[in-house]
Write a protein that binds this ligand. Structure first.
Ligand SMILES: NC(=O)c1ccc[n+]([C@@H]2O[C@H](COP(=O)([O-])OP(=O)(O)OC[C@H]3O[C@@H](n4cnc5c(N)ncnc54)[C@H](OP(=O)(O)O)[C@@H]3O)[C@@H](O)[C@H]2O)c1
Length: 333
């Protein structure tokens, strides 16, 4: 009898989970239509931001590219325009430093809205990175990271949020990093600035959800962009060896996933199996946009934590090995 009871309970649980999976799409946000939408992409003149602009443009969006260098902006505009799907589409370029003066950012966003209409989707992708040992990092760098990677996302968001709330619709993406999910050797300044985006994104999502505005926190892995090439020039050996344990992605692969998740209104957006595991592991109290996602997190958390402990052990041993090698070569000298 106990065995039959057990079977019945198991059958109920399976049926309940299946039911949740089936109704999950019904309670998820309605996808945003990109055709005809106005999408603002900060950092849109290069790398991941440019690929996101292309992905949105090929789905019929109107694009505002935001960055500082005007020549780079114009080159990116020409590239994005190749992917038009109708002759009404426009790519607008706006040159501004998103991290220094809020009033300036607010003014340029206002001008862009006057030309292309209210912003339907804001992609905060402008950012930079630096990798060095904590004590070797110039103190100024800590401030720069917070200014660009954190405030550079706060300012454009602040400039669009009131209109989005009035219209009761919108999407906001913050481009963080896998280094915004785990703190790794060499990223004391960078990780802190990207972790800050998580607090911002979670708190903002709770404020704006009743207004039908959805926030996406995107976690790119190492992606083949000018920024990664620059960072690689001065990466400490430890950071290089740890990074090599996962691969390098192309910006258009990453952009496709991020745009899909923002359109769906998903809070977490991650790339590849490592990204999936990290997002489930670090979900904490972050919002879920579907029951499916919540169930997956509940089921996988313990297993992923066990795998993560192996990763952490191997990263620690890389760091220890490098330290011993350095000390030995010092002694030999
Ligand atoms: N590539 C990776 O491996 C990787 C991994 C994880 C996370 N990420 C994140 O992804 C985002 C994009 O990185 P990416 O690799 O695509 O970099 P990227 O190719 O160097 O592009 C950075 C973009 O941001 C703009 N920008 C930089 N500072 C700015 C400022 N103060 N004001 C306005 N625009 C500014 C740049 O144009 P201007 O210089 O002309 O202003 C450029 O358009 C960053 O937030 C980065 O942290 C990248």
């Amino acid at each position: 009898l106990p065995f039959i009871m057990l079977l019945v309970v198991a059958a109920f649980i399976v049926a309940f989970v299946l039911l949740l999976y089936m109704i999950s799409p019904l309670i998820s946000p309605k996808p945003l239509k990109l055709n005809g939408a106005h999408v603002v992409v900060t950092g849109g003149s290069s790398g991941i931001g440019k690929s996101i602009a292309v992905e949105c443009y090929r789905q019929g969006a109107f694009i505002t590219l935001v960055a500082r260098d005007e020549e780079k902006l114009l080159r990116a505009k020409k590239e994005v325009e190749k992917y038009a799907i109708n002759d009404k589409q426009v790519v607008l370029c706006v040159s501004v430093d998103v991290s220094s003066d809020y009033t300036q950012v607010e003014n340029v966003i206002k001008q862009a809205q006057e030309k292309l209409g209210p912003v339907d989707m804001l992609i905060n992708c402008a950012g930079t990175s630096i990798s060095a040992k904590f004590e070797e990092m110039e103190v100024e760098r800590f401030k720069e990271m917070i200014e660009l990677n954190y405030l550079g996302s706060v300012y454009p968001t602040r400039a669009v949020i009131t209109t989005m709330k009035e219209r009761r619709m919108g999407r906001i993406m913050f481009v963080s990093s896998q280094a915004g999910q785990i703190g790794l050797f060499g990223y004391t300044a960078y990780s802190a600035s990207k972790f800050a985006l998580r607090g911002l994104a979670e708190a903002l999502q709770m404020e704006v959800k009743p207004y039908n505005i959805y926030v996406t926190l995107a976690f790119p892995p190492d992606t083949d962009t000018p920024l990664l090439a620059e960072e690689n020039k001065s990466k400490p050996l430890e950071t290089k060896l740890i990074s090599e344990t996962s691969g390098v992605w192309q910006p258009d692969q990453v952009a496709k996933i991020f745009v899909r998740d923002a359109v769906q209104g998903n809070f977490n957006s991650s790339v590849g199996p490592d990204g999936y595991m990290l997002s489930a592991l670090t979900c904490g109290m972050s919002p879920v946009t579907s029951i499916t996602e919540g169930l997956q997190q509940i089921v996988t958390m313990g297993l992923f934590r066990s795998i993560a402990l192996f990763y952490l052990g191997s990263f620690d041993s890389i760091v220890r090995r490098c330290m011993i090698q350095r000390e030995q070569s010092k002694e030999a000298d």
